[in-house]
Design a protein around this ligand. Structure first.
Ligand code: PLP
Length: 377
């Protein structure tokens, strides 16, 4: 449908097209100098000592847990209200995702429930900055035993700030970003890990390339063709210079994109007043990255969330569901059963409204008018 308002469409302009053309014409389209520059520029933006670009946030999470030594039988606490990648990173390594509840206001992990979920086998917590609202990583770290590490799933949170200040990615934890099509910085696909430690960064660079000591660009540019012996099993999870060229331009546009998201969020928060919808805590505060604009129906809503989402889509508005909780899904039947009363109560009433670089106030007005009609029934 021509005038369908998608939930999160990227914007690529002349500058992104010129950057891709430049890389195409260079003759080197795999991972190489453009990726190195993107890593340096992203590290400077985040004020993180190191950034390692990889093929996706899913790969970033997997490689992070791997580098931190998570393995078979280890328990990894994470939310159930998230995309499957968060929990699957543990499963890939033979570890066990243990689901903890979220807070109803922030939709991020509830530190008190995380504390209840800790057992002698807990080795890591993966915290999701839901929708772009940074969780309080200080509070979470403070309650974890010293053998546990904290990994940040910041797929939604490039540009977000912690409650205490500082950009997400500058905390000193391994912090995983996504550059998937609809994210606040888009390169179609892609991801990155921000981290403090140079030795861990070097190992991540090896793990993203099968476990090799050097990548193809290093062998080509130094004319040393020899491939090193493999000593550990890595992955094919590298980034590419075509993506990096887009990413470098998108990085310079972060302020422009953030301003657009903020204007639309402020409009939604005002224009939807009176419908009984609850908004995520901080949704109009500058520190929220607003990858998602989540609204929650009241408990006594006359219409179900699924009916509303269907009717909105039929009206040409890409309202979405983030997320069906993971804990009831068959894939996670090996996880210990836990009560998640907030997730269970909140998830069936949660939906996300269109927001992104191509959603302006005109589109937002159409979203609000349709929602008033549809929620009213
Ligand atoms: C919370 C969360 N974590 C991880 C991912 C995985 O990102 P990617 O598609 O880059 O692998 C997503 C994707 O949307 C996500 O929403």
């Amino acid at each position: 449908m021509e005038d369908f308002i998608a939930f999160g469409k990227p914007h690529f302009g002349e500058a992104e097209i010129a950057a891709v053309t430049r890389v195409l014409e260079s003759g080197w389209v795999g991972m190489g100098p453009e990726t190195e520059t993107f890593e340096r520029e992203l590290a400077a933006y985040l004020t993180s000592p190191e950034v390692v670009a990889v093929s996706s946030c899913t790969a970033a999470l997997l490689l992070s847990l791997r580098v931190l030594g998570i393995g078979p039988g280890d328990e990894v606490i994470c939310p159930s209200l998230t995309w499957c990648s968060t929990a699957n990173a543990a499963l890939y390594l033979g570890a066990i995702p243990v689901f903890a509840d979220v807070r109803p206001d922030t939709l991020c992990l509830d530190p008190e429930d995380v504390a209840r979920a800790v057992t002698p086998r807990t080795r890591a917590v993966v915290v999701v900055h839901f929708g772009g609202l940074a969780a309080d990583v200080g509070a979470l770290s403070a309650l974890l035993p010293s053998r546990c590490v904290l990994v940040e799933d910041a797929a939604h949170a490039l540009g977000a700030r912690y409650p205490q200040g500082g950009l997400v990615g500058s905390s000193g934890n391994l912090c995983c970003f996504s550059f998937y099509a609809n994210k606040t910085l888009s390169t179609g696909e892609g991801g990155a890990i921000a981290l403090p430690d140079g030795a861990d960064a070097a190992r991540l660079r090896s793990l993203r390339q099968h476990g090799l000591e050097s990548d193809a660009w290093q062998r080509y540019s130094t004319r040393r063709g020899r491939i090193s012996d493999l000593s550990e099993l890595g992955y094919k999870a590298n980034y590419t210079d075509l993506q990096a060229a887009i990413g470098r331009v998108q990085l310079t546009r972060q302020q422009e994109f953030a301003a657009r998201r903020l204007a639309v969020a402020e409009y939604y928060a005002t224009a939807l007043d009176g419908l009984g919808l609850a908004f995520q805590h901080g949704c109009t505060e500058p520190r929220h990255a607003r990858h998602l604009f989540a609204v929650r129906l009241p408990e006594d809503s006359r219409r179900s969330r699924d009916d509303i989402v269907r009717d909105m889509r039929e009206a040409g508005i890409g309202v979405s569901v983030h997320y069906p909780p993971l804990h009831p899904m068959p894939l996670y039947s090996g996880s210990p059963p836990r009560r998640l009363p907030v997730t269970d109560a909140v998830a069936p009433r949660l939906m996300t409204l269109p927001i992104g670089p191509l959603v302006g106030l005109g589109e937002a007005e159409r979203v609000v008018a349709a929602l008033r009609r549809v929620v009213g029934g």
